[in-house]
Design a protein around this ligand. Structure first.
Ligand code: BEZ
Length: 211
């Protein structure tokens, strides 16, 4: 199954390191990050889960719940959590799904058979409060993800969900943003009281709203 931007994020029930859960019910009206990793007791995955655990307060500050997944069983995840803590100093502080039956991996297209027909790739899905898929990422097993970048994207998604703006290349929280092309100059003057600078008729920048 291919999940595309704007699709409804499929609901599922799963066993996790924090007990069984139903995805939509667990997520509630928050944002969510659902991410897969290939296998327990592997080096890159160990560093990734420690990195996500360390950033949990940053996700929470943005009203984002995080949930991981691999096709190994939950009791394996629980044993591996000790290694993650030894190596990264971080306790596994978010649920990790045990997807032995490949139910969730199948639903979200996390197994790419031409990369590996058994294990999940490194998928990321960012889901909005209304359960729509807002971002998808796919990394190979050999490349650990940059979770600070994920926070940066979430900042952009949350800003653009609230205001008629887009964010330029390499944008970071607090920097100028782009007035959405669909907004006329007259409307932009009303919506953005700090005004805007038209670098080109189609490229108008304005200070980040609400700062
Ligand atoms: C890793 O996490 O290091 C890893 C997992 C599966 C394949 C290759 C690397």
């Amino acid at each position: 199954m291919t999940i595309r931007l704007g699709d409804d994020a499929p609901d599922f029930t799963a066993d996790t390191t924090q007990g069984p859960l139903s995805f939509h019910q667990w997520k509630g009206a928050s944002w969510a990050v659902l991410f897969s990793h290939p296998k327990d007791f592997t080096p890159v995955c160990t560093t990734e889960l420690g990195a996500v655990a360390a950033l949990k307060p940053e996700f929470e500050r943005r009203n984002v719940k995080v949930i991981g997944l691999s096709v190994d069983p939950v009791d394996s995840h629980r044993r591996w959590a000790g290694d993650i803590e030894d190596v990264t100093g971080q306790r596994l502080n978010f649920p990790l799904i045990g997807d032995e039956e490949r139910t969730v991996s199948g639903l979200y297209g996390m197994i790419h058979p031409n990369a590996n027909d058994t294990f999940t790739v490194r998928s990321v899905f960012v889901v909005s409060p209304d359960n729509k898929v807002k971002l998808t990422l796919t990394y190979p097993a050999s490349t650990g993800r940059n979770f600070e970048e994920l926070l940066r994207v979430i900042d952009s998604l949350q800003l653009t969900a609230q205001y008629s703006v887009a964010t330029p290349a390499d944008w970071k929280q607090g920097e100028d943003v782009i007035v959405a092309p669909a907004v006329s100059d007259d409307d932009a003057r009303k919506k953005f009281p700090q005004g805007f600078v038209a670098k080109k008729p189609y490229l108008r920048v304005t200070p980040q709203p609400s700062r």
